[in-house]
Design a binder for this molecule. Sequence first.
Ligand SMILES: [Mg+2]
Length: 314
Amino acid sequence: MPRGRALVVDDSAPVRAAVAETLRQSGDLEEVLEAADGLAALRIMAEAKPDIVICDLVMPGCDGMQLLRLRSAKPELTGIPVLILTADTELDRKVELFDRGATDYVCKPFDPRELVARVRVHLRLKLMAEDLAAANEKLVRLSCTDPLTDLFNRRHFNNVIDVEVARLVRYGIPLALILADVDYFKRVNDEHGHQVGDEVLRSVGTTLVRSVRKADVVARYGGEEIAIVLTNTGTAGAFVLAERLRAAVERSEVRSGDRAVRCTASFGVAAADGPGDVASASTLVARADAALYAAKHAGRNRVVMWSVELEEQD
Ligand SMILES: [Mg+2]
């Protein structure tokens, strides 16, 4: 199955055509592009993102060495392997090519079988590295995602809150935490079944994500509890946002057959306006939790801010 695209760079049209034709006939590639000098090659590399470049060393204007030099300044291009075609038999020159970032070289006049074999090896390595990077990215995403709601999970929440508290303590960047809990969630499960209960949780999650700002982190904290980390937000901003979230959840509904299931949620908010307000993530979580408890106690479907007085009431 041909996969990947090659770019052949040579100032000599006959050599370029011969190299390109050899690669096309190998059947390894989906497409073979061509360029007559290094600058045109760099442009094509940036636009078409070929998977491998086979480049002549000696060209008028921007030659192979120059192409390697210019490529090394562009991080987005350094992952593309470059094979240099060289008539040069001098050892120093070849070593220099590798120092400049060449992946390999092929001597001219080239043997088609050797060229195809080397292109095949480097193409395979490049595509494998890409597949691995994509798989890693997927794993990272999975490792911080809650499978039911598609929100961030508790593990990611813990990381984010630790980092944000450190930024608060070190740089004084304000931080707020909202803990939201779906009201009478057990009743939803009992009356409509767990599938509808799951759907309600997903729907509340989506509503919250849509209502926060891009930098805010919405995570499933556990059960029917959702945590929202508000970066760079102090007491006043956190209260306004929490109230907006509460109203949004109250307005939303989930369809269950021909019935609409509605729910509300209670919100506990704890904010730190300056570095002296909170020293650890666990303190902030405990405060938001105490405020959430107070919101439940006061009748649910409401927002309660943590305060010293709140603690004293208990
Ligand atoms: Mg040449």
